[in-house]
Ligand binder design. Sequence first.
Ligand code: FES
Length: 119
Amino acid sequence: MAKLTIEGYGTFDVPEGKRLVKAIEDVGVDILHRCGGFARCTTCRVEFIEGEPQQRTVAERDKLREKGESGIRLSCQCLVEDGMHVRVLNTLQSTGLDSPGNEPEDEITPQPEWIPLER
Ligand code: FES
């Protein structure tokens, strides 16, 4: 198991290697995932306070570049590592939307191509 801290919610034991968006949701945080975890919508965005993964998927890099975003990560494209501390930026409650989006699959979609996190 891994320790996952979610700002404002607490610290939880979650399975190491689990898809981060699903780990966050499974502990009761109403995080959005409007595209169903396909690196298209960016509503699953989180900010890392500690433990940012040092690899990323090509899909995540390309989407964040396209949107001109930096300083955030897509939780649908990250796997849980011990000691992560994140801030969830979009929740159902904070946005007033009617649904978080389709349930993401257990494995990262699209099929991940891993690259080092560039600075
Ligand atoms: S980008 Fe849509 S759920 Fe992650």
